[in-house]
Design a protein around this ligand. Structure first.
Ligand code: R1P
Ligand code: URA
Length: 289
């Protein structure tokens, strides 16, 4: 049965609805950045750029880096955007747009996020890099899917107990990364840890401007959580959606973050652009080493 036009929506030129891309426009190795202005910061390192497009916050450049085809796509902010980006990217490779049926041959993508994040630990300072060995989903978007194959109830239950997690909030999900990409992109220059993904920047990450929080102690409880040596290192807004949907769809994903804020000591990077630039050059060189 073909997928209905209301479910897989194509633009009049045959490109996919939000990303504005056709299958030939995207490489199998894709860098995700949150900020659309970070797309140029990545693609300026390419040997050449063969394709550019943008719709809303989703900007794509495709080209080559050291002779290898690569795309960079901005996802905007938050897990809801990742739901759009990953489903549409997967459709570009794994659904035949003419018949609107799954292709017989499956294509697996390599997805690497180059993001920014706030550290929860005093010993992970601003301007350092962090590789997410696992992620902790705090926002709930993934509960729309069948997640039993990717969740880890032992550590999730320990986290729920440790934090006295409120039953009105969605159940946290803990998901592992792609070990193959971790071994390619790790080095002694980079911290590792469990990245918590929140559905917002302020209250959901424990920031108080004028509104009181449901649990004012949550960040403290998170930074003291330790499960067999695994600790929660940082907070951002996309990694769990990327890890969860990539695993469910059969793609490889890894999240790297430039630490721009340290929530434990209240500091913010004096030059976040430079730190991100350093993480971009580190990542591009490591991907194709
Ligand atoms: C919030 O300022 C944004 O910054 C982080 C968060 O995950 C969120 O998207 O990542 P990016 O810099 O990649 O957007
Ligand atoms: N991005 C986030 O989501 N949180 C931070 O603290 C810093 C960057």
């Amino acid at each position: 049965m073909p997928i209905k036009n209301s479910e897989l929506i194509l633009n009049p030129d045959g490109s996919v609805y939000h990303l504005n891309l056709k299958p030939e426009h995207v490489a199998k190795t894709i860098v995700f950045v949150g900020d659309q202005d970070r797309v140029e910061q990545v693609s300026k390192h390419f040997d050449s750029i063969e394709f550019k497009t943008q719709k809303r916050e989703f900007k794509t450049h495709t080209g080559t880096f050291k002779g290898n085809r690569i795309s960079v796509i901005s996802t905007g902010i938050g897990p809801d955007n990742i739901d759009i980006v990953l489903n549409e990217l997967d459709a570009l490779f794994n659904i035949d747009f003419n018949t609107k049926t799954p292709k017989k041959e499956f294509t697996s993508l390599n997805i690497i996020r180059i993001g920014t994040s706030g550290s929860l630990q005093k010993d992970i300072p601003v301007d350092s890099f962090l590789l997410s060995t696992h992620c902790l989903d705090l926002n709930g978007m993934l509960h729309a899917y069948q997640i039993s194959s990717i969740s880890n109830p032992d550590i999730e239950d320990a986290f729920i107990k440790h934090c006295n997690w409120h039953s009105n909030k969605s159940r946290p999900i803990i998901i592992g990364n792609c070990k193959l990409l971790e071994s390619k992109l790790e080095s002694d220059k980079i911290f590792k840890g469990l990245t918590a993904t929140a559905g917002g920047f302020y209250g959901p990450q424990g920031r108080v401007l004028r509104l009181p929080l449901q649990d004012a102690n949550l960040n403290n409880k998170m930074d003291s959580f330790n499960f067999k040596g695994i600790r929660i290192t940082n907070l951002e807004m996309e990694t769990s959606a990327i890890y969860g949907l990539s695993k469910l769809l059969g793609h490889h994903a890894l999240s790297l973050n430039a630490i721009v804020a340290n929530r434990a000591n209240g500091t913010f990077s004096k030059n976040p652009l430079k730190t991100i630039e350093n993480l971009i050059t580190y990542t591009l060189n490591k991907i194709f080493e």
